[in-house]
Structures are given as C-alpha cells and as structure tokens.
Design a protein around this ligand. Structure first.
Ligand code: ADP
Length: 266
C-alpha cells in the first residue's frame, strides 16, 4: 500500500480503571478506501476510532492521519460522526452545518455557498432554515453527514452512525454514503457491530475481539458496486453460485465465521 492515509502501529489503550480496551492494534487505510471495524460490544472499536480522531490518547504505539502527527491539525483533516446526529437543537440546519467552518474562522456569509451545496448533496436543499426538531431521524443524520463533510475532510471517521435508525432508512443512508464516498474519493473508517452493514459497505473488514480489545483478522471484501443498485449485484449469478448462496451470503458467512469466539480467541 503506497502512503496510507491512516496508519496505526502497535496502538494500545489502558484506562485508569485498569481495563485494557485495546492491545497492539496495527492498521493501514489507503486513500479512498472504505474500511469497517467490526466486532461485538466492548472489543475496543470506539476506542480505536477515538484515538485516530485525536479524542483519546493511546497508552502505547503511534499513529498518523493524512501524514500528520496526532495533534490539532489532524482534526481539520478528519470528520467525525458519533452514534447519534448530535445536532445543536437551538440552531437551524444551516447553522449546524456551519459549525466546523465557523470553528475554522469562516463567517456565515462566506460559508453560505458551501453549506447550501453540502445540504443539496445530502438531499436536504430547502431545509436550511429548519430546526432539528422538525426533521425525521434520517434527515437529522443527513444534516450530521453534511456537517462532517462541509469542511472537505480527507478522512471520515464514523462510530455506528446509523445504529438507532429504522432498517429502511439505514439501508438508504448506507447506499447514499457509498455514493458520496465514491464521488468525493473519501477515505472512511466505519465502526459497526452489524455483519450485514460491514459486508455491504466496506472493501476491507477489520474484525475485532474483546478481552483484551484487539484486531483478530482482516478480511478483503469484493469491490464496491455502483451505488443505488441496491443489493441486486450480490444475487446468485449461476447455478453453482446459487448453491453457495450468492456473493452476499458467502461474504456474510465468511465474516460471521471470522467473528465466532473460537476464531477470535488467540
Ligand atoms: P466497543 O466500541 O467495541 O463497544 P469500547 O471501545 O467502547 O468498545 O470499549 C472497550 C472497553 O473499554 C470496554 O470494556 C469499555 O467498558 C472500556 N472503556 C471504554 N471507555 C472507557 C473509559 N473512558 N474508561 C474506562 N473504561 C472504558
């Protein structure tokens, strides 16, 4: 892999409580790659993501994002999305999206075009003046995505962003996320505990295990399909494929096997 955008080497995290949330994690993510961190609750997925985001200090190892050391500059290079939309309820949609540009010193007037373009690209043109309470869960998440992307980060770090949404909204957002990632050559690191979500989104699946939190293996997943074609491409294409269950079910089975406790244990 030539000069990765994210590079993690031997990173560990022991909290003051004594919990080893992460042990000796190493990972490289190339420009434009979509990588999922997949594993059960408590295996250190969020801790690893938060370390890469610069929100948590590692107790061992080193890492780089966009070839910068883990200081303030990194935050401007990466957008972070939490488990919920985390919008400011008192601010309009436009002002919520303005936040990262505002923190970077851009006035509302100067940021207006970028905010409108970003809202258009997530399907929310015309909602600039709405307040979060007037939006559905999926729309709030779209505002959150617009906010994460408006400063044009080279890396998007996502911590189970769609976990609280109903399944149809989640599937639609997954499809749109793939389209946005392809259009803007975004590098994405995506935490999930859904095997299905990991297999449908990611080119590479980093499987993690708990006690201590660690990377147990990395699986290659077939290249991303053109967005908006739903899951049709994963359907069986031949009798033999039909017997095996089609590429989607094969990938799901392979990933589920990798997650099984017997394999995850060292
Ligand atoms: P995951 O995202 O895979 O569910 P986390 O990274 O949130 O896992 O947590 C990994 C382990 O570290 C868990 O045992 C969790 O309880 C512990 N942990 C996470 N954050 C803290 C903290 N701030 N202080 C102490 N222990 C923590």
């Amino acid at each position: 892999m030539s000069s990765p955008v994210i590079s993690v080497e031997g990173v560990g995290k022991r909290f003051d409580s004594g919990t080893v949330a992460l042990a000796d994690a190493s990972l490289r993510v190339a420009h434009g790659e979509f990588v999922a961190l997949l594993g059960p609750s408590g295996c250190g997925k969020s801790t690893l993501l938060r370390i890469i985001a610069g929100l948590e200090r590692p107790s061992a190892g080193r890492f780089e994002v966009a070839a910068r050391p883990p200081h303030r500059a990194v935050c401007r290079r990466s957008g972070f999305m939490f488990q919920g939309p985390t919008l400011m309820p008192w601010a309009t949609v436009a002002d919520n999206v303005w936040l990262p540009l505002r923190l970077a010193g851009q006035s509302r007037a100067r940021a207006r075009d970028a905010i409108q373009a970003q809202l258009r690209s997530v399907g929310l043109a015309g909602f600039e003046g709405a307040f979060p309470r007037e939006l559905s869960g999926g729309m709030k998440m779209r505002v959150s995505i617009a906010r994460a992307l408006v400063a044009q980060p080279s890396v998007l770090l996502m911590d189970e962003p769609f976990a609280a949404l109903d399944e149809m909204t989640r599937i639609r957002l997954n499809e749109d996320l793939l389209a946005w990632a392809q259009a803007s050559h975004l590098t994405i690191l995506f935490v999930t505990h859904s095997v299905f979500e990991a297999v449908t989104l990611a080119q590479r699946i980093v499987v993690m295990a708990a006690n201590p939190g660690r990377i147990s293996q990395t699986l290659d997943n077939p290249p991303r399909r053109p967005a908006r074609r739903g899951l049709a491409r994963f359907g069986p294409t031949s009798r033999a494929a039909a017997r095996r269950g089609g590429p989607l079910s094969q990938a799901l089975r392979r990933t589920a096997e990798a997650l099984s406790p017997a394999r995850a244990t060292r």
